[in-house]
Design a protein around this ligand. Structure first.
Ligand code: ATP
Length: 302
């Protein structure tokens, strides 16, 4: 059953629709990603779901409730990640957890929650002294403290080092495993590909695509990439004419050739090399990534 429903959502600022007719539904228990270039309207759309912004038109429902008209009820079942500026630097982790517990009718016991999120040793530390990763873990704890059915995480791992980002991914997976639906706004393709069951790609206020990560990659014109360094130069035009080849590039420094296409292209490249008695050094064949699909869908870079 859909726990979040967004239908034909529109939000206008200064005469410009920054969210322009977006529709999607999030099923209970999913990690649902919202991905898009800067300024695409992701935060605006997600904040309409949280009841923090009022839509100009369209319908938003969370567990059947209207986030604006039924704001109180919705805040009891939807946990939102805070922005850093919303917590005072002098507040200790324990004080923050106690304070936020008081906001909810049926808060969970924050002690095991803090332990689970690796904050047990940090209860007396002040917020301002925590590392980026520890702050993010505290934000996840505060988002979960009301025992929500849905959590909204917006750019949660921005600014974290790769290790802390991976730890946060594991936490997000654990949150979902505990039965909470996750709405995740992200810029990171790897994050979306690894975590999300489905992804809504938003571009210039509109829904450009909605699919599983594998489904989005499959839409990209080139699903496979072959690269190699030939034992002698090849004619790029000949490569470009191979079946389903979508692009051919040759690195000027080392002569390395990269051909985007499909599995048919890979087979054709290998036959061509054999026919011409060319040896391919360091031959690599990889699947296209969500990055390729994203560029294909939005024509933008993140
Ligand atoms: N309160 C506001 N008043 C006027 N314009 C706004 C307001 N909030 C957002 N916008 C504009 O709406 C557009 C979408 O902004 P939004 O923050 O939703 O995008 P986003 O996809 O979340 O971007 P980013 O990835 O950069 O955070 C931007 O052009 C932004 O300047």
């Amino acid at each position: 059953m859909a726990i979040i429903e967004v239908r034909d959502l529109r939000k206008v600022y200064g005469g410009r629709a920054v969210v322009d007719g977006v529709s999607f539904a999030v099923e209970e228990g999913e990690i649902f990603g919202v991905l898009g270039p800067n300024g695409a309207g992701k935060t605006t759309a997600v904040e309409c779901v949280e009841g923090l912004r009022v839509p100009d038109s369209g319908l938003v429902r969370v567990a059947g409730l209207d986030p604006v008209a039924d704001h109180r009820e919705v805040t009891q079942l939807l946990g939102a990640q805070l922005q850093e500026s919303e917590l005072q630097a002098k507040l200790t982790v324990r004080e923050a957890l106690e304070l936020y517990s008081a906001f909810y009718e049926k808060p969970v016991d924050w002690r095991p929650l803090a332990e689970r999120l690796g904050l047990g040793e940090k209860l007396d530390s002040r917020f301002g002294k925590l590392s980026g990763g520890q702050k993010q873990r505290l934000f996840i704890a505060l988002a979960l403290i009301g025992g929500p059915r849905v959590v909204v995480l917006d750019e949660l791992t921005t600014g974290l080092d790769p290790r802390a980002r991976r730890d946060t991914w594991q936490l997000i997976e654990e949150v979902r495993a505990s039965g909470v639906t996750v709405l995740l706004v992200t810029h990171f393709m790897e994050e979306a590909q690894r975590l999300c069951d489905r992804i809504a790609v938003i571009d210039r206020g509109r829904l450009a695509a909605l699919d599983t990560p594998a489904g989005l990659i499959g839409r990209s014109a080139s699903s496979t990439v072959i690269s190699f360094t030939p034992s002698r130069p090849l004619d790029p035009r000949e490569l470009a004419e191979l079946p389903a080849a979508t692009s051919v590039t040759t690195d000027e420094r080392d002569g390395r050739v990269t051909v985007n296409g499909t599995d048919d292209t890979v087979n054709a490249v290998i036959s061509l090399l054999a026919r011409q008695h060319v040896t391919a050094h360091q031959l690599r064949v990889v699947d296209a990534t969500l990055d390729d699909a994203f560029l294909h869908l939005t024509g933008a870079t993140t």
